[in-house]
Design a binder for this molecule. Structure first.
Ligand code: NDP
Length: 509
């Protein structure tokens, strides 16, 4: 991930547009119908940042109704018009990139070098990618036989519910909004209650600049067990979800009962595989991108680190040194490499897994503790951590920790490591580090996951499909193929014959 190193000029809190956010329903900003709010705190400094509404069932239903009304006209806009809207949104994000990056770092705890270098520009690129892709989409028309014209048309699907988690709030919004709007759908969007601010600020920019007609984009904030539950059971035509496998399973069942499509981007326990012929510098960058990027809170994190036995000692010596030197600190300091975990609950979960690992016989090779010295004591900070003496059957190798904790598992050869990598209920990401291209491709093809990086990790360019095998989900995002899941196919068969076919009326009649 590239990064810029400019510090935001103004204190971040002074740059939030408000300290009391509202719901966006039908183009109007309003409080929750019962006035309930949730307080948002900074994971790095512990201070209150703002309040967001806790949407009620009435609010969610009102948002869905507004989206339904807006669909009647938005679904009939031309591809050119929608493409221009997406380009305008991309421009707006770019114009306000520093602001949005600051809000995201403040709200989520991720380092500003990541938000300015990855989350925000990748979001911009995503809107531009789909603005271009829809211009190139073509329907088809064929002659079935001499008399029958077969028209295949693509039509917008309807009102789409979108629910995203807290680890990439802004980027996940771009991944989901761009294809849905491009397809001609209207949206009710629910961010995580832990990290709603960047999406609310994006929605504010869109409404203030009159980029979308009222009701095309609606944002309902609130907890998953309230607004999320209401939304998944509302009068919607599709649900797109990113989050845990546990919640995703319930959403898939709810969608099946309504007979509507769902796309699910879920968890992972991905294998990052290092062969002894790899470039050690690339490997060290790859282990960091795999398990430290975004504080390890990445669905595709390279959390199972498989290292060939023949160079395990060399690898571990260098990796422990690199992990000790990672700069953990204030997310808004451009030199910070790892920021704060998202909240106390998440940190407690991560630390409990370190204890579980110890009780299973693992050794903490580096890290393993909360960081509390100086200003870090005000926030939720964790040491970059590697556990050794781990085998693939332990809980720390099977369950998603979702923090900067990698487990190191030795292996001897290609066949063994492919079998170990595949011994998981998940199948989202994976990495192979080697100088042997043939081996890289053999391993990439042997591993049953939706994405494999070779000699790098956790890169997410638009145009490269991302999604999971097995319990990691259904569907692929960040590629034009997702448009199919936001559209319906309409087939029109046209008889061109001058006379009846003869089934009921003779042709000579
Ligand atoms: P959750 O599944 O708990 O939450 C995800 C979203 O769903 C949040 O907006 C949450 O709201 C909401 N939600 C929670 N419960 C319900 C419910 N019953 N009905 C409807 N919505 C609900 O996941 P986390 O937020 O803890 O995110 C981490 C998980 O997401 C990890 O497992 C990770 O692997 C996965 N993930 C997958 C990605 C992928 O592309 N495959 C990308 C990023 C993350 P709230 O937070 O307000 O409670």
């Amino acid at each position: 991930m590239s990064s810029t190193l400019e510090r935001p000029a103004v204190h971040p809190k002074a740059r939030l547009s408000t300290e009391h956010y509202q719901l966006l329903i039908g183009g109007r900003w309003r409080d929750a119908s019962d006035g309930a709010t949730i307080t948002v705190t900074s994971p790095s400094a512990g201070e209150t940042l703002a309040t967001i509404p806790e949407a009620t069932k009435d609010d969610v239903d009102a948002a869905v109704a507004a989206a339904r009304t807006a669909f009647a006209t938005w679904s009939r806009t031309s591809v050119t018009e929608r493409s221009q809207v997406l380009l305008r949104i991309a421009d707006l994000i770019e114009e306000h990139a520093d602001f949005l990056a600051t809000v995201e770092s403040m709200d989520n705890g991720k380092p500003i070098r990541e938000t300015t270098g990855a989350d925000i520009p990748l979001g911009v690129d995503h809107f531009r990618y789909f603005a271009g892709v829809i211009r190139g989409e073509e329907g088809s028309a064929t002659m079935v036989d001499e008399n029958m014209l077969n028209l295949i048309l693509t039509e917008p699907l309807g009102v789409v519910a979108q629910i995203v988690p807290w680890n990439f709030p802004f980027l996940m919004a771009c991944w989901k909004l761009a294809p849905a709007l491009a397809a001609g759908d209207t949206v009710v969007f629910k961010p995580s209650s832990s990290t709603s601010l960047s999406v609310l600020e994006l929605a504010r920019l869109i409404t203030e600049n009159h980029v979308l007609p009222d009701g095309v984009l609606n944002v309902v904030t609130g907890s998953g067990t309230k607004s999320g539950e209401y939304l998944q059971h509302a009068d919607i035509d599709k649900i797109a979800f990113t989050g845990s496998t546990e919640v995703g399973r319930g959403i898939g069942i709810a969608a099946a009962e309504k007979i509507i499509p769902s796309t699910l981007e879920l968890g992972g326990k991905s294998a990052n595989i290092f062969f002894d012929d790899c470039d050690l510098d690339l490997a060290m960058e790859g282990i960091g991108l795999g398990i430290l990027f975004n504080q390890g809170q990445v669905c595709s994190a390279g959390s199972r680190i498989f290292v060939q036995c023949s160079f395990l000692d060399t690898f571990m010596q260098r990796a422990t040194e690199e992990f000790r030197n990672v700069r953990v600190g204030d997310p808004l300091d451009p030199s910070t490499q790892m920021g704060a975990q998202v909240n106390e609950t998440q940190l407690a979960k991560i630390l409990s897994y370190v204890d579980i690992g110890r009780s299973e016989g693992a050794t903490v090779a580096v890290g393993g503790r909360r960081l509390t010295h100086g200003d870090l004591g005000r926030g939720v900070f964790m040491e970059p951590t590697l556990l050794t003496d781990v085998d693939n059957s332990m809980r720390v190798a099977r369950e998603e920790i979702f923090g900067p904790v990698g487990v190191v598992i030795p292996f001897d050869d290609e066949d063994e490591v492919i079998a170990l990598a595949n011994d998981s209920t998940y199948g989202l990401g994976g990495g192979v580090f080697t100088s042997d291209l043939g081996r890289a491709i053999r391993v990439a093809r042997g591993v049953r996951t939706g994405r494999v990086w070779v000699n790098t990790y956790n890169q997410f360019p638009a145009g490269a499909p991302f999604g999971g095998y097995k319990e990691s989900g259904i569907g692929r995002e960040t590629h034009k193929m997702i448009l199919h899941s936001y559209t319906q196919t309409k087939n029109v068969l046209i008889n061109l014959a001058r006379k009846p076919g003869g089934m009921y009326v003779p042709p000579e009649h």
